[in-house]
Write a protein of this length. Structure first.
Length: 116
């Protein structure tokens, strides 16, 4: 059996070797442009042939246990996943080049609703 492990972009970073920058990833969107926010708080991790040189501790623990159990395991950066291996929503976003999925828009709309 084969396993493919990954984590979201905010976790697949070394935060410029300053763990406190990782807390910046929990901040809500604001006037800072998204590209600058990513660059500042969670720059992409270096990869070798699509495999990250570093990964979150918990992900590496799972990877180690699966390897100990003699499974084939590959830990990859989310940006290096082949198109067909992404979730349906991310696949549609990439194909349609829209950038947003309906469930993200819907979730945002729910947050704006007033409580009755």
């Amino acid at each position: 059996m084969e396993f493919l492990l990954t984590a979201d972009r905010t976790l697949m970073s070394n935060y410029r070797n300053d763990e406190f920058l990782g807390f910046g990833t929990t901040a809500p969107p604001n006037i800072v442009p998204e590209w600058f926010f990513k660059l500042l708080f969670f720059p992409p991790i270096k990869t070798v042939n699509g495999t990250p040189t570093q990964a979150p501790y918990g992900l590496r623990k799972v990877e180690t246990q699966l390897l100990n159990e003699v499974f084939e395991v590959l830990t990859v950066n989310l940006d290096n996943l082949p198109l067909s291996l992404g979730s349906a929503s991310s696949t549609f976003v990439r194909i349609l080049k829209n950038g947003r999925t309906h469930h993200k828009l819907f979730r945002r709309d729910i947050g704006c609703m007033k409580q009755i």
